[in-house]
Design a protein around this ligand. Structure first.
Ligand code: CAA
Length: 407
């Protein structure tokens, strides 16, 4: 392993979450379900809901703008956009972001897909690109809108968000280690045919496959690295809902003949996802951000294990080590400043956002202005999506109230 490769890691992180959310207590009451099922059974309190003028491009561009605040954009050599909520079958969401952020002309820009694991495939690609040429910086954007359908079992596990990472040979937050365990199997646990806007899911089966993929990826990782559970201080799991971390950690403990799993090894990774919901490709990395930003313990030098699962399925287990001074490049006040400033939607308002559709016949359409990040989808014309920098929002949801975090 070359010296350069061992030093590849995360230089910067940016996170964007829509400005609107639904309280799962409100959703439970509207659906006639015991609220404890959502809060305790699946471990979710709120789910982020994008307004009609936001999509993966606007969310991803906002996350990337935050990540790039302390990075010279002229050094970005490649932009990889991971999503399973793509807005075009041909043109990459990365190209729109490249334009919105004025990235260099020579920056390669493309999209990758393998369900929630697409971002992790992008990460491994980025690590190899940086190892090959250490002056390179690669911007990864993971952005998704999780949609299962109104009144379905998956509905409380919806959510939306975007996470951006700058991967380079000058990491400031975490180095990434080169040993990986991976697993692929052709299964139908969760998928979305081109003609559907919502995922088709075999929920209980998907949990079983997730745990099997964890077992298999862990086995290869430990064989390659010679490391054990005790060599890890914290664990971040792909979080379709936060109780999945409990199931996953129990599984790892069992595999390693430990009598009990220790929740303190993963619980700080759950704070953000509990109020955002599933964000597919972004979910694991939002969990990592939550861990690094909310842990009261200084994690410098600690090894973090990461498990990425993408239905269908491909999974990966890998690890990284937290760097000295990492907190200087994070935003620990995010929970109050960013999530606390969101607007609470009634279930009726959420349903109106959910069912909003853009015209499919090529006609011209201007999207109403809501509160967004730095960019908004202004409309469509001749089958082209139009984006613009967001001005002061008109915020036309009449009853939406600023967030009460306990909602
Ligand atoms: N009080 C407290 N807990 C309650 C309760 C109550 N009144 N009622 C039920 N519960 C508990 C249940 O006991 C159960 O707990 P356990 O998991 O510990 O058994 C939990 O709440 C969920 O309840 P159900 O088992 O009845 O499950 P459900 O039919 O409502 O479906 C789900 C749950 C399968 C997660 C469903 O929400 C779903 O299909 N979600 C989408 C798919 C998904 O997230 N899969 C995860 C793996 S796939 C993946 O990770 C990729 C991805 O991102 C999609």
């Amino acid at each position: 392993m070359s010296k350069e490769f061992s030093e590849v890691g995360i230089e910067a992180i940016g996170l964007y979450v829509p400005k609107y959310y639904v309280s799962l207590d409100d959703l439970a009451s509207a659906r006639g379900i015991d609220p404890l099922k959502f809060s305790d059974g699946i471990g979710q309190k709120q789910m982020a809901v994008p307004p009609p003028d936001e999509d993966v491009v606007t969310m991803g561009a906002s996350a990337a703008a935050e990540a790039l605040q302390s990075v010279d954009i002229d050094q970005i050599d490649t932009l990889i956009f991971a999503t399973e909520s793509g807005i075009d079958q041909s043109k990459a969401a990365a190209i729109y972001v490249h334009h919105l952020l004025h990235l260099p002309r020579n920056c390669k820009s493309f999209e990758v897909k393998q369900a929630c694991c697409g971002s992790t495939a992008a990460l491994q690609m980025a690590m190899a690109m940086v190892a090959q040429k250490p002056t390179r910086k690669v911007l990864i954007i993971a952005a998704d809108v999780a949609r299962y359908g109104l009144c379905t079992a998956g509905e409380p596990t919806q959510g939306a968000g975007a996470l951006a990472l700058v991967i380079s040979a000058q990491p400031r937050i975490m180095t990434l280690e080169s040993e990986w365990g991976a697993y692929t199997e052709d299964v139908m646990d969760f998928w979305r045919p081109n003609y559907l806007d919502e995922a088709v899911v075999d929920g209980k089966f998907s949990i079983k496959v997730y745990l099997k993929a964890l077992t298999e990826s862990w086995a290869q990782y430990t064989e390659e690295s010679g490391r054990s559970l005790d060599d890890h201080s914290r664990f971040c799991y792909h979080l379709p809902f936060t109780r999945m971390a409990e199931k996953a950690h129990r599984q790892l403990a069992k595999l390693n003949d430990q009598a009990s799993a220790h929740p303190q090894q993963y619980e700080d990774s759950l704070h953000y996802n509990r109020v955002i919901g599933n964000s597919y490709t972004a979910s694991l990395y939002i969990g990592l951000t939550s861990l690094l930003e909310t842990s009261s313990e200084d994690l410098t030098g600690h090894r973090i294990g990461l498990f990425s699962y993408g239905s269908g399925c491909m999974a990966a287990y890998f690890s990284g080590k937290v760097l000295p001074g990492y907190r200087d490049f994070l935003r620990p006040q995010r929970m109050t400043e960013q999530f606390g400033a969101r607007h609470r939607l009634s279930v009726t308002e959420y349903e109106a956002f959910y069912t909003h559709e853009l015209p499919k016949d090529g006609s011209r359409y201007f999207t109403e202005t809501y509160e967004t990040g730095r960019f908004r989808l202004s409309g469509v014309e001749a089958h082209k999506r139009l984006y613009e920098p967001a001005q002061q929002a008109k915020h036309s949801v009449s009853s939406a109230q600023p967030a009460a975090m306990a909602g």
